[in-house]
Write a new protein. Sequence first.
Length: 433
Amino acid sequence: TLKAIRASMLDVACVVDDPVDIEKNVRYIEDGLLLVTNGRIEWVGEWEEGKDKIPEGVRVRSYPGKIVMPGFIDTHIHYPQSEMVGAYGEQLLEWLDNYVFPTEVRYKDKDYAKEMSEFFVKQLLRNGTTTALVFGTVHPESVDSLFEVAENINMRMIAGKVMMDRNAPDYLLDTPEISYNQSKELIEKWHKKGRLLYAITPRFAPTSSPEQLDMAGKLKKEFPDTYMHTHLCENKSEIEWVKELFPDRASYLDVYHHHGLTGPKSIFAHSIHLEDCEWDCLQETDSAISFCPTSNLYLGSGLFKLQEAWKRKVKVGMGTDIGAGTTFSIMQTLNEAYKVMQLQEYRLSAFEAFYLATLGGAKSLSLDHLIGNFEVGKEADFVVIDPCATPLQQLRFDNSKSLADELFVLITLGDDRSIYRTYVDGRLVYARN
Ligand code: GUN
Ligand code: FE
């Protein structure tokens, strides 16, 4: 089952905690060879050096003019919100009531959930995303169907059933006990089955009672290597509401921290309007943030302080946050990340953007020992990028002056058309027509 891929190869060699170290660790091989066996990276290097390692009879898949990169990692996305992406004109709390909740109720129907799970995974793959941390709905069937689809292609996917027992329509509520029991059952059924992992998923503080957050904390204690995935400090009205609902807690993040929901496998989407004490807590507990620029601009939520996260050495990955986010494409997400940082006088470099989408994302999910670059032994999830997918991109590519320039243009102009092939677990799972 050995596979040999010949193309340009691009990755980042190691995890860094300062952005200036990224460029030093970028590895680019103009004429490279990637060898894959049983879903793992077996060898990567110069074609000339490696070509004799290819056993006779193995066909080399050559992609001239293309760039092979590690698969993209989406650290925050809602699979049951594809239907209402781009719904007009609200900020977070009204948008949830008017568009999200009426959509999510449809996922109590397992057939519908299965159909949408298939749609969702296809969209990830056509956008070059090979790992995602995903919100389901309150219905356990929604998570079953997503995991079933991911399992079929042995995709590394993290997902969980939403826990919410208040401040949403009755038809979407569970209770502390029901959410505990259903989550536990799903953990026992799916966590670490193949490449699948479970995330305990309280929607956000306003939709969980303290009793339910206790249950979430209890689950995390009983299953310490599961993930915890929620929203934090996205919107100013949301933050005010949390302060009213939890007057005894020092901050929004303290609500989660108090219930044992911070830590190295806790991922907090948005985290835009953080107080100093919240930054301290994220840093001290080694929790991670998902940066969701398209969503934060679309809902008018605010500008994420990436510079502060670097300063504090708080882990950050990129999130599309479909359906508040407006694209499945991590490239388009990086395009908007660049603009968000421009407004804060911070120039996001092409290499930094690329790092956040691959190895940095893997680190934020505590998966950097398994995915995120081409280290030998890692899981063989990668994309074959077409840097000249449109006439404009071709023109601009022909006028590029450096690798950094090429990569930056790709991130600025790229989208799903830039994804030529996607490989998961060493197997071809998407090919552009
Ligand atoms: N906060 C609570 N629920 C949601 C959601 O579905 N999307 C976003 N963007 N924020 C949330
Ligand atoms: Fe979200």
